[in-house]
Design a binder for this molecule. Structure first.
Ligand code: PEP
Length: 255
């Protein structure tokens, strides 16, 4: 399997933006712009309260809906949390796990990421597991070790068959929401490090089948070059997924 046969996935991450009414309006704007995209999967990961509106607005289109987080337990005394089964019940298919903002502001660790990846798979959701180094780690020269460690720790207990259902997003922390994008070669290099790590953890056929996205200030201008790289199988897009024409231009760039 290679880039031509792996699924390309263009995913929006709306973060803490949009009300349900704004969600419906934005998806209605996007539908005609991305409707012809049979060359990639198109999905939008939205805040919990927007999921119902998003699922309804996306009905009959190629846009699939994801969540931005979940808890690993199935139910119980976890005030404010949402389980994988709850997400599934409202039409969610994908869930972002371990986004650097969750690691940074909400004390998520590789251990909780691992618990969440396992729970998502058990519920039949596709986890989008985020890994990425800080600028300090890159400058110290330990980026490869950090990336390999986050990848390995997040995937403890996941077998090769399950691994084929996981998406990994390489998101350098220094590029998220900063307007500073990794170069296409940097993105390709690190997505390649992730793939080699998977090759060692599983086998190279499994590693070749996994979709590995790049995320970090991807936009209409830089998407084509990033997405042309052999190890970059799509994008996880924050800011540019909040404007229909910008998101549609990235979907077009994946052609
Ligand atoms: C993200 O939130 O995953 C992200 C990549 O954000 P941005 O595109 O805004 O950098």
């Amino acid at each position: 399997m290679n880039k031509e046969t792996r699924a390309t996935v263009i995913a929006g991450n709306w973060k803490m933006n949009k009300t349900p009414a704004e969600t419906a309006a934005l998806i209605n704007d996007m539908k005609p712009l991305v409707g012809a995209a049979d060359w990639c999967k198109v999905l939008l990961c939205v805040p919990y309260v927007d999921i119902a509106a998003a699922v309804e607005a996306a009905k009959g289109s190629n846009i699939e809906i994801g969540a931005e987080n979940m808890h690993w337990e199935a139910s119980g005394a976890y005030t404010g949390e949402i389980s994988a089964d709850m997400l599934k019940a409202v039409g969610v298919k994908y869930v972002i796990i371990g986004h650097s903002e969750r690691r940074q502001y909400f004390a998520e660790t590789d251990a909780t990421v691992n618990l969440k990846v396992k729970a998502a798979l058990a519920a039949g959701l596709t986890p989008i597991m985020c890994v990425g180094e800080t600028l300090e780690q890159r400058d110290l020269g330990i980026m490869p070790e950090i990336i390999a460690m986050q990848t390995k720790c997040g995937l403890i207990g996941i077998d090769a068959e399950e691994m084929k259902k996981v998406i990994i997003a390489y998101e350098p922390v220094w590029a998220i929401g900063t307007g500073r994008t990794a170069t296409a070669d940097q993105a390709d290099e690190v997505c390649g490090i992730i793939r080699n790590t998977l090759c060692g953890l599983y086998d190279c056929a499994t590693a070749e089948a996994v979709t590995i996205q790049y995320g970090g200030s991807m936009n209409a201008k830089n998407a084509a070059e990033l997405l042309s790289k052999k190890n970059v199988d799509g994008g996880l897009i924050g800011g540019a997924s909040l404007k229909a024409p910008d998101f549609a231009a990235i979907v077009d760039a994946a052609k």
